[in-house]
Design a protein around this ligand. Structure first.
Ligand code: E4P
Length: 217
């Protein structure tokens, strides 16, 4: 499973990339607004930091302007993935962009039918939002399972990018459901390494090692 980080905070991205755990980055207009930075500058900086796919989202909702914005975004760096809304205009743009080799991420997916449409127009990634479905008492993880089955039934190559991940358990469940990628907030990525038995076991090892009076170096 590939790990993307879901943030526009460059320091968090740098620190995570240094761990070797990061394969890519996703951003959205809300994350850009939260960063308080210039959109194009921050995307360029992220693309220089992480060589993997970096999703940058269009702001417009109409086909013609989506295409103009996409053209600006894809020229920012070779690893930009153009993020498009799951609407008829967004899907039409996805078809056109895919046709000329641009990588795309169709976002705000909340149903299996929406995911089917994204695959049909050749999206590189489909982003089902698990947490936002859970928020309204619909099982977000079932959506990942359904999309996995549909894509496998027809050998669609669109990658399932589990999004709106809120907990470490979401990551486990998305991996079990066969998501190709998870885009995860920085704090949740670090939580994946936590286990109370690892913590207590290590404390004991450190204490016992000190007791030996030895040094490896
Ligand atoms: C995905 O690409 C989105 O940026 C993100 O996962 C949305 O997550 P949220 O529902 O926590 O805002």
């Amino acid at each position: 499973m590939k790990f993307f980080v879901d943030t526009a905070e460059i320091k968090d991205i740098r620190d995570l990339y240094a761990t070797g755990l990061l394969d890519g980055v996703t951003t959205n207009p809300s994350l850009i607004a939260k960063s308080g930075r210039d959109f194009k500058e921050v995307i360029k900086e992220i693309c220089e930091t992480v060589p993997g796919p970096v999703s940058a989202e269009v702001a417009s909702t109409e086909y013609e302007t989506i295409m103009k914005e996409a053209d600006v975004l894809r020229k920012l760096a070779d690893n930009v993935v153009v993020k498009l809304p799951l609407t008829v205009d967004g899907l039409k743009a996805c078809k056109a962009l895919t046709g000329d080799g641009t990588k795309t991420n169709v976002t705000l997916c909340f149903s299996a039918n929406q995911a089917l449409l994204a695959a049909k127009v050749g999206a590189t990634y489909i982003s089902p939002f698990i947490g936002r479905l859970d928020d309204i008492n619909i099982d977000g993880m079932q959506l990942i399972r359904d999309i996995r089955q549909i894509y496998d039934n027809y050998a669609f190559s669109t990658e399932i990018l589990a999004a709106s991940i809120r907990t470490a358990n979401h990551v486990t469940e998305a991996a079990l459901a066969g998501a190709d990628v998870a885009t995860i907030p920085p704090a949740v990525i670090y939580k994946l390494a936590d286990h109370p038995l690892t913590k207590s076991g290590l404390e004991q090892f450190v204490k016992d090692w000190k007791g030996t009076g030895q040094s490896i170096l």
